[in-house]
Design a protein around this ligand. Structure first.
Ligand SMILES: [Zn+2]
Length: 417
């Protein structure tokens, strides 16, 4: 039997949450509104109650734990992250921010009593986009940043609609907009880095400065299939040879651009895909990310101009189709970043500013209120995998920095942030 204090530590709660939704194929699978998801949100609600917080659940299933402040009119200081996972995900992505948030509020209540400003920890119902073709169902509804028009009719891989899944979990589908909040002054999210920058730079804490925007395209190349033995080289219209040139150019151009720009070709379809036939058609995916929309725009423009010239040389045609365009989040709040840096220094933790190539709930809050994000190292940069790992000391340091920032914002600040 573990002691109460141990169970309410961030590491203790993470261990408990990791046992909910264990996937037979390894890792954890908790999809929005499925049985494991429900069990996890119930466990989170119980942990919040044990921490002495007032629990409420909103119209889409976001679970809140509240520590009421003496200034009841002032908007809240909120921390948290998401409870859902990808298929066969790890135990830290999302869950860390919830567990550390509950631990922080429990500790503050115990050591400092009632805050001046109301403090809340939230376990968002969905962020990953794993079950339905939509993401940020939790924070998108809370911030009002996502309208989700028509989303209730979206279906999962089993053909179950979001509307049906909501009703099955006991929620009223049409009421999803009721989860909107307009009384949040600041949002702080602790998350694993999901990359290897902190590990490589040997820093303990990352202070996020920006969450990258991203564009995703399909690039279609049309050439001409032909006999691999009888078609002379100068007469070919080889779609794959053209694609290969483009992919090599993308890597070189992204490396030269530097400054955090990333370009990825992750999927390549070759047709007809026969060893003795010249490829007539190719479709490949293109994913481009950077913190500045103008940089993404300029990179894409240059790439597509280059592709057109390459296509001409290869006697093929090329066409790009954009199917996802997510703008970068506004910058994280300068004042909160400064506070985080000072907290790290006073605590003896090494730290650095860092960009996030992955999307996060904090990115939506940055559009509506003062927002900060704290990263802790991910071993080998691995995430969305059962191999995801963050050392207990890193969890402790992250939770400590989060607790100290929340203390400043809710107990010390006289003015309303
Ligand atoms: Zn996450």
């Amino acid at each position: 039997m573990k002691a109460r204090g141990d169970r309410l530590s961030a590491a203790g709660m993470l261990t408990e949450l990791a046992a909910i939704g264990e996937d037979p194929q390894g890792g954890i699978t908790r999809f929005l509104y499925d049985p494991a998801w429900r069990q996890a949100q119930q466990a989170v609600a119980r942990m919040m109650r044990e921490a002495g917080l007032a629990v409420s659940i909103d119209a889409v299933g976001n679970v809140y734990g509240k520590l009421e402040g003496t200034d009841r009119e002032a908007p809240s200081i909120v921390t948290g992250s998401h409870i859902d996972t990808v298929k066969c995900g790890g135990r830290y992505d999302g869950a860390l921010g919830i567990a550390a948030g509950i631990a922080a509020l429990a500790k503050l209540k115990r050591s400092s009593g009632q805050p001046r400003r109301t403090l809340e920890v939230v376990s968002f119902c969905e962020e990953e986009g794993s079950r339905f073709p939509l993401a940020y169902w939790g924070s998108g509804n809370v911030t009002g940043c996502k309208l989700f028009d028509g989303s209730l009719d979206a279906v999962d891989a089993q053909g179950i609609s979001l509307r049906e899944a909501m009703a099955g979990a006991g929620y009223k589908p049409a009421a999803h907009r009721a989860s909107r909040r307009t009384n949040i002054a600041a949002f702080v999210e602790l998350h694993i880095e999901q990359g290897e920058v902190l590990e490589r730079e040997q820093r303990q804490i990352g202070i996020v400065d920006a969450i990258y925007g991203q564009r995703r395209y399909f690039v279609d190349i049309a050439g001409r299939s032909g006999h691999a033995g009888t078609t002379p080289m100068p007469l070919r219209a080889d779609a794959l040879a053209a694609a290969a040139n483009m992919i090599v150019w993308l890597r070189k151009a992204a490396l030269e651009a530097g400054d955090g720009l990333v370009a990825t070709v992750g999927k390549l379809e070759v047709s007809p895909g026969i060893p003795n036939v010249i490829p007539g058609n190719v479709r490949y995916s293109l994913d481009i990310r950077h913190r500045d929309e103008a940089v993404i725009e300029a990179f894409c423009a240059e790439a597509f101009q280059t592709f057109a010239a390459m296509a001409e040389k290869h006697r093929v045609t090329v066409q790009q189709t954009c199917w996802l365009s997510e703008p970068p989040s506004p910058p994280m709040d300068a004042g909160l970043k400064e506070r985080l840096a000072r907290i790290c220094e006073a605590s003896g933790y090494s730290h650095m500013p860092i960009g996030s190539g992955a999307g996060h709930d904090a990115g939506l809050f940055a559009r509506t209120c003062r927002t900060a994000m704290i990263f802790v190292p991910s071993r080998d940069g691995i995430s969305h995998s059962p191999l995801e790992y963050t050392a207990p000391e890193d969890i402790e340091r992250g939770a400590d920095v989060l607790t100290k920032l929340l203390y400043q914002l809710a107990y010390e600040l006289a003015e309303r942030v």
